[in-house]
Design a binder for this molecule. Structure first.
Ligand code: ADP
Ligand code: MG
Length: 305
């Protein structure tokens, strides 16, 4: 779906995840919710795909199912061209190293009883890459430096850190095993606006330095422009528009994308005073079940309305 000739690092085809809908012994089945409904996209090596949409649109589920932290209801997941769908625990083990996730709440992901140094070094132990205690400490210190934390902080506990610092700790752990791909699930949403840009810059620096590929999830489009090469817009389990960042920002086609864009605050106070967010009534504008993505420009696709 990226339309380029580069072989994708990660690709999903017709990915589906349905919750509920189980048959019951008595009465009607529980109502089924199509959290992810026929989602397809490619991500090229070194690329950042932004995945945006309102809360509940299925972004996190897409990320979890792509990593097979949950089994998909249908569809296929490819990594470096190999279909890795349903491989099982042993089969997925090598891919677990290569594909990492960072969550929204930096404090909830941390272990309050572990020093942050132990926390960052834990994956090295689990995968038996630690070597001696000294080697592990050196490796963790290097990871701290890489994410902009003073290595002397290693012996401290999570509650001693600010939100931005905690997210840096989570990022250090995520890159400990030299992954190629990271799902970042709203990693800046819980942070002060003043800190968000710093963490976005860190993601960018790490991508430049380590050649990382990202699926970067956000509920709105602010910051996305600075980080993403392409953007996919999700609405009620479906991708309604996907395309290069410039096309999405300069030439949005779907009414929902336009509404998301109109909601971004503008730094210029004169412009901001006159900004009128567009309303979009989701329930009145649900995409028809059989709607298809149609090309509207170079690598730019929009769901029929
Ligand atoms: N484990 C689950 N069981 C049942 N419903 C779920 C589960 N996880 C997510 N959902 C539902 O799936 C939809 C998509 O959720 P989610 O992927 O978390 O959206 P987003 O990340 O875009 O906010 C929501 O309606 C949510 O309530
Ligand atoms: Mg989410």
């Amino acid at each position: 779906m990226n339309g380029s000739n580069v072989k994708p690092l990660v690709s999903v085809q017709n990915l589906r995840k349905t919750y509920g809908g189980e048959k019951r012994l008595f009465g009607a089945p529980t109502p089924a919710l199509k959290a992810v409904n026929n989602v397809s996209f490619d991500i090229a090596p070194g690329e950042t795909l932004g995945l945006v949409g309102e809360s509940g649109s299925g972004k996190s589920t897409t990320g979890r199912v792509l990593l097979q932290l949950e089994a998909p209801t249908g569809g296929d997941i490819f990594y470096k061209g190999e279909n890795i769908t349903g491989l099982g625990k042993a089969g997925l083990k090598p891919y677990r190293r290569d594909m990492q996730i960072i969550f929204q709440d930096p404090y909830a992901s941390l272990n309050p009883r572990m020093t942050v140094g132990e926390f960052v070094g834990e994956p090295l132990e689990v995968h038996r890459l630690a070597g001696s205690a000294r080697e592990r400490e050196d490796r963790v210190a290097a990871l701290f430096a890489k994410v902009g934390l003073d290595p002397s902080f290693m012996k401290r506990y999570p509650h001693e850190f600010s939100g931005g610092q905690r997210q840096r700790v989570n990022i250090a752990r995520a890159i400990a095993l030299n992954p190629a791909f990271i799902v970042a699930d709203e990693p800046i949403t819980a942070l002060d606006v003043s800190i968000q840009a710093q963490i976005v810059n860190l993601f960018q620096d790490l991508q430049d330095e380590l050649g990382l590929t990202y699926l970067f999830i956000a509920h709105d489009l602010s910051m996305i422009r600075y980080l993403c090469h392409r953007v996919a817009v999700m609405l009620r389990g479906r991708i309604v528009e996907i395309g290069p960042c410039d096309a999405i920002f300069e030439n949005p086609q779907h009414p929902y994308t336009r509404a998301l864009l109109s909601a971004i605050p503008v730094p210029d106070p004169d412009v901001e005073r006159n900004r009128r967010p567009l309303a979009f009534d989701v329930d009145a504008n649900l995409p028809p079940e059989d709607a298809m993505l149609r090309p509207v420009g170079d690598r730019h696709f929009v769901l029929e309305v």
